[in-house]
Design a binder for this molecule. Structure first.
Ligand code: ATP
Length: 235
């Protein structure tokens, strides 16, 4: 569904992605793990056209999107939940969700999707008239994921959904990420430092170090890999 081939990305002189290749198959949950500064966020931002690839190619469903503007990429169904959530703080929960659906005009289906995200995260239904900026960190992450779902993405890109959240909330969020994949067959591409949860949730995973992919396997095999255990799982 999504294919990155020998992608190179630079920030000025900094060579952040040094020729990465990876593939996301329709219906999968894929996790990309790695240490701080490995290039995980850059991989997502390059995929959705926010940071341009200098070399290599990115294909979505057979279409070359390497140099496509990011708004066009969103219209194709690739939707990112950025690191740090970035919801609209002065809009209510319901208004934030409406914003997620702004490219759609199928009112009945939008209403169904809103009910669906409220069923995933009942706390958001309770808080529907509350300003987004007054939600807790975990609730804001729930809202950010829900807002992205309102666009009915074909691929959901999640950048560090666990960042700054209590372990119990992180577990809940990962449970729901799996549920979204199962309920709607939404393809999910997660970038995470919490390797344990990210690999547990994933069909397949990639390990990234210093701008290159060093390992790929099923989530289960990566969790059993001695190098991964030592470097990322603290075992
Ligand atoms: P983290 O888990 O800490 O978010 P990451 O794996 O997502 O790290 P990136 O944020 O993709 O890593 O960063 C990859 C490299 O690119 C790092 O060396 C970082 O310092 C550099 N970098 C990222 N954003 C910029 C930027 N806007 N300008 C210059 N360098 C950047």
């Amino acid at each position: 569904m999504l294919k990155l081939k020998d992608v190179h990305t630079y920030y000025g002189n900094i060579h952040a992605l040094k020729g990465i290749s990876l593939e996301v198959i329709e219906g999968e949950v894929i996790s990309l793990i790695g240490a701080n500064g490995a290039g995980k966020s850059t991989t997502l931002m390059t995929t959705c056209g926010i940071v341009p690839a200098k070399k290599g190619s990115i294909e979505f469903k057979g279409q070359d999107i390497t140099h496509m503007p990011s708004d066009e990429i969103v219209k194709l169904g690739i939707c990112q939940v950025p690191e740090g959530r970035r919801i609209f703080p002065y809009l209510t929960v319901a208004e934030n969700l409406d914003m997620g659906a702004f490219l759609r005009n199928d009112t009945d289906e939008i209403k169904k999707d809103m009910d669906y995200v409220y069923s995933l995260f009942p706390i958001l239904a309770e808080r529907r008239n509350q300003a987004g900026g007054t939600l807790s960190g975990g609730e804001q992450q729930m809202l950010a994921i829900s807002r992205a779902l309102m666009a009915r993405p074909k691929v959901l890109l999640l950048d560090e959904p666990s960042l700054g959240l209590a372990p119990i909330i992180v577990k809940q969020i990962f449970r729901i990420i799996k549920k979204i994949n199962e309920d709607q067959s939404t393809t999910i591409f997660i970038v995470e430092q919490n390797a344990n949860l990210a690999l547990k949730a994933a069909h397949r995973g990639y390990v990234m170090e210093n701008g290159i992919i060093t390992l790929t396997d099923t989530g289960a095999n990566l969790m059993a890999n001695e190098d991964v255990k030592k470097a990322y799982l603290g075992i």
